[in-house]
Design a protein around this ligand. Structure first.
Ligand code: FE
Length: 217
């Protein structure tokens, strides 16, 4: 059985950039609903004993289990999204991550534009991700609906932005671009992304890797 992870800050801690109303619904209704649905669907089955990431990986690609996969992936994606933001967030990265962004995207402004373009180009719901691939090279891409990089472990997710309308409609109405700009100007937790990047080099490949700390294959 899964438990709804605590929000890493108060529901009003990201205001005015992300309202308490958005977090009350997004965390308290949507995220909680995904947890409840997973628990209802796995109850009494062999899947009930799996923790979240092994469950997602076992279900990925199984068309008969799409509903369970979608809900399980949404639980992980939302945990990761909350931790991609901080009440002290926003602004530019520094240190090794900043250097890697300049190396792989040209400069920070080009990275921001790449992330914005990928987010606006995602037709319908989904997420936009900053990931580290083989050799630590950074990439940006959007995924549809509940799809998640953790399903196949090809890349290490560093941070994500939820592109579902429930993430921004109360605060920005239809303006997805304002949602992305607000994330980078005021909310992004670069320390979280940097810790995820650093974890690639520091983890033993055989270790029991916690969510958000994945090794490149
Ligand atoms: Fe969401």
């Amino acid at each position: 059985m899964l438990e709804l992870s605590p929000l890493p800050y108060a529901e009003d801690a990201l205001a005015p950039h992300m309202s308490a109303e958005t977090l009350a619904f997004h965390y308290g209704k949507h995220h909680r609903g995904y947890v409840d649905t997973v628990n209802r669907l796995v109850d009494g089955t062999a899947l009930a004993d799996l923790s979240l990431v092994p469950l997602i990986r076992q279900l990925a690609g199984d068309r008969a289990q799409r509903t369970l996969f979608n809900n399980a992936a949404q639980v992980w994606n939302h945990d990761f999204y909350w931790r991609s933001m901080s009440p002290m967030g926003g602004g530019r990265p520094n240190g090794a991550l900043a250097a890697q962004i300049e190396s792989d995207f040209g400069d920070y402004a080009k990275f921001r534009q790449t992330f914005l373009d990928a987010s606006l180009g995602q037709f319908g719901s989904g997420y936009c991700w900053l990931v580290a691939g083989a050799g630590g090279r950074l990439g940006v891409y959007a995924t549809p609906n509940a799809e998640t990089p953790v399903a196949d472990n090809e890349e290490v997710p560093l941070l994500t932005v939820d592109l579902w309308e429930h993430a921004y409609y109360l605060d920005h109405r239809n303006a997805r671009g304002a949602h992305i700009d607000t994330f980078f100007d005021h909310l992004v937790d670069w320390d979280f992304a940097a810790a995820n990047l650093a974890s690639i080099a520091s983890l033993d490949p055989g270790s029991d890797v916690p969510a958000g700390k994945f090794l490149v294959k």
